[in-house]
Design a protein around this ligand. Sequence first.
Ligand code: PFF
Length: 458
Amino acid sequence: MERENFGSKVGAILAAAGSAVGLGNVWRFPIETGQNGGAAFIIIYVLCIIALGLPIMISEFLIGRYTHANTAGAFRIVSNGSPWKWVGRLGVFTGWFILCYYSVVGAWTMHYTFLSVTNAFYEVPAQEYGNIFEQFVSNPWIPTLWLLVFIGVIHYVITRGVQSGIEKSAKLMMPTLFVITVFLAVCSVMLPGASEGIQFLLKPDWSKVTSATVLQAMGQAFYSLSLAMGCLCTYASYFDKKTPLAKSAINVAFIDTVIAIMAGFIIFPSVFNIGMNPNEVGVGAGLTFISLPNVFQQALGDGTFLAVIFSSLFYFLLFVAALTSAISLHEVATAYVTEEFGMSRKKGATIVTAVILVLGVLCSLSFGPLSHITLLDRNIFSMFDDFSGMVLLPIGGMLISIFAGWVLDRKLYRDEISNGGDLKTPYFKLLVFSLRYIAPIAISLVFLDQIGLFNIFK
Ligand code: PFF
């Protein structure tokens, strides 16, 4: 069967950027930055991207494009049948697994867009937002219905194929996402008191930087760039031979970082405008679905047209960001099932969707009817979240860097990265050095820290 490629370089970069730009950019990066030394944190974050994010991203791109195969197939080819082939399978599993809980949050963003558009936050007292969220997520039906819609949209895009589905949607959604982000950031920084918010976000404070901060920046860089879950490898398998790999990786990392910083410009000026303590806004779901709807209502005028527009666009932005990331995760699994088991794209995608539906519904219901099912004090959703983020991702990242640095044929690496000698690669030695030493050591430290073993050193 003829394998599709992306139709253009721009389309390929936008698709990969769509994978990278996701919920992590909005609900984690800005608050981490504000609390960990502002510009100082951003500098460390960018250094982490350069030192280990880019080398791993370039390696994933390279393996995908060289083999033109799904991630499991790609690693099977480059590992020449050695046990390293399991790294690809691990990536597929991780991506598929993450999608189950990621879709649940994607569904929540749809519901909050709906609530914003219908002005449902009008005259809601500040302390009520927590209850609204609790009631929503514990309801057995509403989040599940939104989940069906969210997964339905992903399924539709994936079944349309690489060019008419993934690439076309990325070309539409990424510029939309960018325009909305700029619009919201501009509105927010024009609010009275905004400068304090900008200071909170950007003022460098090196005294807040500790070894824990550095680990946090590394973990965030890793997740934000969508590394180690097969996404970039799978997308790169649709790159044509002329796509410059290093340059594309830099573009993707740049877009991802700019959007993450701009998300901070949306959030903190509004938070300071209403005189709220930025250290109390929370992180993740608490920040996004409890603190921020209240912040936006108060900052822009309760129930006003501006508040409705601002809040609706903000949740729509999150929806688009989550959707493009979710599509990339789905494609990892779809390409795997389709190619490894020799079935049509439609059939492969349907199997992937069916699995996500079942596991996604379980994750979704774990805030309500299934909340009694717990393991290590976590409900099903948190098990998926923590197991993938704390265990699967670091292990995958470490194995990819070790494989690319120590095992993969050096000449093959050089040929691919220089597009057969067409491009200059003055950074090659540094890249290999990072893959061999910096990345594996850094990722092991993040891993030990996340599972709690590293605390002894603090
Ligand atoms: N990079 C996305 C984010 O920052 O939210 C999350 C994500 C998407 C992780 C796709 C992994 C992935 F494969």
